[in-house]
Design a protein around this ligand. Structure first.
Ligand code: ATP
Ligand code: MG
Length: 591
């Protein structure tokens, strides 16, 4: 962890719910048989050592993004804080679109964020598709108990009979068919005797319910599709709204936290679990669903479909492009797990949708890196500076040793060493032939300090045939070296960062910016591709302190006065790091 003083997590409505449940012993009677299962399975187990169980249930159909990071920090964080466990569950009940590549990337992202699923001596990594047998058995039970029926209306007929927000729906002609008939048809569905769409299994609830989700929702459909885990065993698959509560229940989840769009599903969530508890398939206390506002971040799109489009249409270099809001992208950009945790803590959880400003994310990164990133000098827009009186001061010596702290607030981290030489690179913007008032850097006749070096006096510049400045000329002021008694004898207002021409390391530095120019790229149905920032990346050939040749992938630095940079984890090679700008030193957007 960074050394920020971790504040006590702010309270929120979810913490309040959990604290109340713990105080009331709501879940104290639960038993846990060390693996998911039905009521009988758990009844044979021990009292659950986990005080609460939460879960993070991604569908393995894409890479995780910053919104998922919020959900991960929330679910794993609550479990950690209350003596519980958070299950890593792959919600892989939809046979299409899911792949092992995504499963692996999701596991890696969660672990990188600092969380794991080993708890109470066991791995709590689960695949929803492992519960297909239970889901099927539960569906048969619902049919026999008169709570579900096979509907053979066409999809259009079903849509038409569903009603609207203001009008009730109408009962399907198949609604009151005998349970035996539904059961036989359901088994035929399972046995592959019917094509996709021929019929569905629907819960029998109330076609006049004001909540459309309670108007006999479909719970099983036919889909002749190969599944990455179960292969061709099944040709019927549960609907998400049916599968999810069952997954929670067999895993003994206590607090099932999801985003607000599932609020209207909560009555069905409770309905189906109650019916299965009546049938003895599940035991009380049952899981409860709670909804929180999803993360909406300005200048970012988080829909998996849109992120996928950016990748497949090659608007970015891949899922891990440093401009992507994916966890792999953020990591490559230079984000730390601690910064994302800090961000999640700061934005908190609420029940109302809102937009979080992108600068909040950047601020969390700055605050995390400030305390720990090693400092270094880098010149991003190099201009040669010649110290014309070098020989008078140093004679034959070609290099004057200089040093600087690795971190200004951590003397124990030691110093970094580099040499001042007769020619150094400075930023082009640090010299002006004619300087306006208030400019304290280099212009003829002015003095400034080469950081960690000497005070110098600018004497002029050299130009090429086109009048472009090719070098700045200056003289060293004797006895003014930083750290020596004479350092303060000459007062200057400007400090110039520099890198030795003879010893500096040439490095590619990628200056990243926001991917979109509009705060709400996809607002109002706008095509987000039309507001891509044409300057979201710029590559420069820079010079950096020679010590940075030792930088390895993911090493982070503050390039003094430029911002925070990371050695790119993909393109860096030994001795030749490529640097990504993670974030500038100050928030410069919208100013
Ligand atoms: P899709 O875009 O395909 O609908 P999704 O964003 O819902 O996907 P899932 O894989 O289903 O992705 O999400 C896993 C978990 O992450 C869910 O519990 C979901 O609530 C949570 N989650 C997803 N996006 C956000 C977000 N922007 N903010 C907070 N939580 C999120
Ligand atoms: Mg989803």
């Amino acid at each position: 962890m960074s050394e920020r003083n971790a504040p006590a997590p702010a309270s929120n409505f979810l913490r309040a719910v959990i604290e109340k449940d713990l105080a009331n012993g709501t879940y104290a009677s639960r038993r846990w048989a060390r693996s998911p299962g039905d009521a009988a399975h758990h009844a044979a187990g021990e009292p659950d050592p986990a005080k609460i169980r939460t879960r993070f249930p991604p569908e393995p159909n894409g890479y995780l993004h910053v919104g998922h990071a919020k959900s991960i920090c929330l679910n794993f964080g609550l479990a950690r804080d209350y003596g519980g466990v958070c299950h890593m569950r792959f919600d892989d009940t939809n046979p299409e679109k899911e792949s092992v590549e995504y499963v692996e990337s999701i596991k890696e992202a969660v672990q990188w964020l600092g969380f794991g699923w080993d708890a109470f001596g066991a791995s709590q990594l689960y695949f929803a598709s492992d519960y297909f047998d239970f889901m099927y058995r539960a569906a048969e039970y619902l049919i026999t108990a008169g709570h579900a029926y096979i509907d053979q209306q066409t999809p259009d007929e079903m849509r038409a009979s569903r009603g609207t927000l203001t009008e009730p729906g109408t009962n399907s002609p198949w609604r009151d068919r005998p349970a035996d008939e539904s059961l036989a048809l359901f088994r035929e569905m399972r046995d592959g005797r019917h094509p996709d769409g021929a019929m569905v299994l629907r819960a029998k609830i109330d076609m006049a319910s004001p909540n459309i989700n309670m108007r006999d929702p479909a719970i099983y459909r036919i889909k002749h599709a190969h599944h990455h885990n179960t292969g061709d065993k099944w040709c019927i698959y549960p609907m998400y709204t049916y599968a999810h509560p069952l997954e929670d229940a067999v895993e003994g989840v206590t607090h099932s936290i999801c985003t607000l769009e599932f609020e209207d599903q909560r009555p069905f969530y409770d309905w189906v679990l109650e019916r299965l508890a009546e049938g003895g398939l599940l035991a009380h206390p049952l899981p409860k669903q709670y909804e929180f506002a999803r993360l909406n971040l300005t200048y970012v799109v988080t829909s998996k479909r849109k992120l996928m489009q950016l990748v497949t249409e090659k608007h970015v270099s891949g899922w891990d492009d440093p401009r992507m809001p994916t966890i792999v992208g953020l990591r490559r950009r230079g984000y730390t797990a601690e910064a994302l945790q800090l961000f999640a803590e700061r934005i908190g959880v609420s029940k109302a949708d809102s937009w979080i400003d992108y600068s909040t994310l950047e601020g969390a990164l700055r605050d995390d890196l400030d305390g720990r990133a090693a400092r270094a000098m880098a010149v991003l827009d190099p201009l040669r500076l010649k110290l014309t009186n070098w020989d008078e001061i140093f004679g034959d010596r070609q290099a004057e040793p200089s040093s600087a702290p690795v971190h200004p607030h951590h003397p124990e981290r030691g110093t970094r060493s580099f040499n001042l030489t007769r020619e150094v690179w400075i930023e082009r913007e640090d010299f002006m032939e004619e300087a306006p008032k208030g400019y304290h850097r280099l212009f003829p006749g002015n003095r400034a300090r080469l950081k960690y070096g000497y005070v110098i006096e600018c004497t002029g510049c050299e130009k090429d045939a086109d009048g472009r400045i090719t070098a700045v000329l200056a003289t060293l002021v004797p006895d003014t070296k930083s750290g020596t008694p004479g350092a303060d004898s000459v007062k200057v207002k400007g400090v110039i960062t520099w890198v030795s021409v003879a010893e500096g390391l040439s490095a590619e530095v990628r200056l990243y910016d926001r991917l979109f120019t509009e705060a709400h790229p996809d607002a109002g149905g706008r095509d987000f591709l039309t507001v891509m920032n044409p300057d979201s990346v710029r590559s420069v050939q820079a010079f950096v302190e020679p010590g940075l040749a030792a930088a390895v992938a993911d090493d982070k630095f503050q390039f003094e006065r430029h911002g925070y940079f990371v050695a790119d984890r993909v393109d860096s090679v030994a001795g030749r790091p490529v640097f990504n700008r993670a974030v500038t030193l100050k928030d410069s957007w919208g100013k």
